[in-house]
Design a protein around this ligand. Structure first.
Ligand code: ARG
Length: 288
């Protein structure tokens, strides 16, 4: 499958602070060596499953003291070779901005990315975690509320020259759009409605006809299964309940289930652990 995905080596990953309700430093610290080993095992399994499917995975190094660098979905919004780098809301993650700038500058030098620009200071926007390209509708879906600012959407419009549809996230648990919303290659939207304000649910339902809505239950969302990496007809996702596997099968999608429990205790699933670098705005049958 033609796709290029970025991941971050989990060497310095840990759960040492709490900036979302899933984070469990107490659980991590029970047996740090075992936790680190299991996290690496789960991360490596995700990487191998992607590679077995022919996906190219680039790995950037981790950095001491920046455990959430392991979630590159938050690094940037990337479309048509342009990377717009994130600004993090919490001080615990702000040090990641310099690491991502350094790495993306290297990607540009290597010709993998064409341009790299930072978000203006004073606006919070946490990358693809809160801004997902929808090739079917030719627009970005942008989550705002707990992490990214609503005002950040104007800058995305200006930078990429694309339409941006904002969705307000109203629950602390589903603090990034990618935790409760996923755009699938066939144009379907997999989402957990309770995570959104009612106004945003109306906006979403006006743009996505019922036949293209796949509604996740509370159980499916809490397993971090909505936080899926979709390439072609496959979804790589954290422990999907049978109910979700069946719903996706009905729409002709195949699930590749993964145990990502050590990342779920930081509030992340498969999508958070990755960043697609080769997404293009115009549908291309060779790039899915
Ligand atoms: N502990 C991280 C945080 O709270 C998890 C980030 C997960 N990433 C994502 N794209 N949802 O920021």
């Amino acid at each position: 499958m033609a796709a290029t995905i970025l991941m971050t080596d989990p060497e310095f990953y840990e759960v040492s602070y709490t900036i979302n309700p899933w984070m469990r430093p107490d659980q991590w610290s029970q047996d740090v060596a075992a936790a680190q080993a299991l996290a690496r095992h789960q991360w490596t399994n995700l990487k191998s499953k992607l590679e077995q499917d022919g996906i190219t995975v680039l790995t950037m190094p981790g950095a001491a003291g920046l455990p959430d660098l392991v979630f590159p979905a938050n690094a940037a919004i990337v479309l048509d070779g342009k990377a717009l780098l994130a600004r993090f809301r919490y001080p615990q993650r702000q040090g990641e901005e310099a690491c991502f700038l350094k790495y993306f500058t290297q990607l540009k030098d290597q010709g993998i990315i064409q341009s790299v620009a930072p978000f203006p200071e004073g606006l919070y926007q946490e990358g693809a975690g809160d801004c997902l390209w929808d090739v079917t509708r030719s627009l970005f879906w942008a989550g705002w509320g707990p992490r990214s600012d609503r005002r950040a959407m104007d800058h995305v419009v200006g930078h990429f020259g694309k339409k941006v549809v904002g969705l307000e996230l109203t629950s602390e648990k589903y603090y990034h759009l990618d935790t409760c919303f996923s755009v699938l290659s066939g144009g379907e939207i997999l989402y957990y409605p309770e995570a959104f304000s009612w106004e945003s649910r109306i906006v979403l339902e006006e743009l996505v006809p019922p036949s293209q809505r796949i509604v996740a239950t509370a159980e499916e969302a809490a397993a971090f299964s909505v936080n899926a990496v979709n390439v072609g007809r496959k979804l790589f996702l954290s422990s999907p309940p049978d109910s979700l596997v069946a719903k996706l099968r009905d729409k002709d999608y195949e699930c590749v289930p993964l145990d990502l429990s050590m990342f779920v205790i930081s509030g992340g699933g498969a999508f958070c652990l990755t960043l697609r670098l080769d997404r293009v705005s115009v549908a291309n049958p060779a790039v899915v």
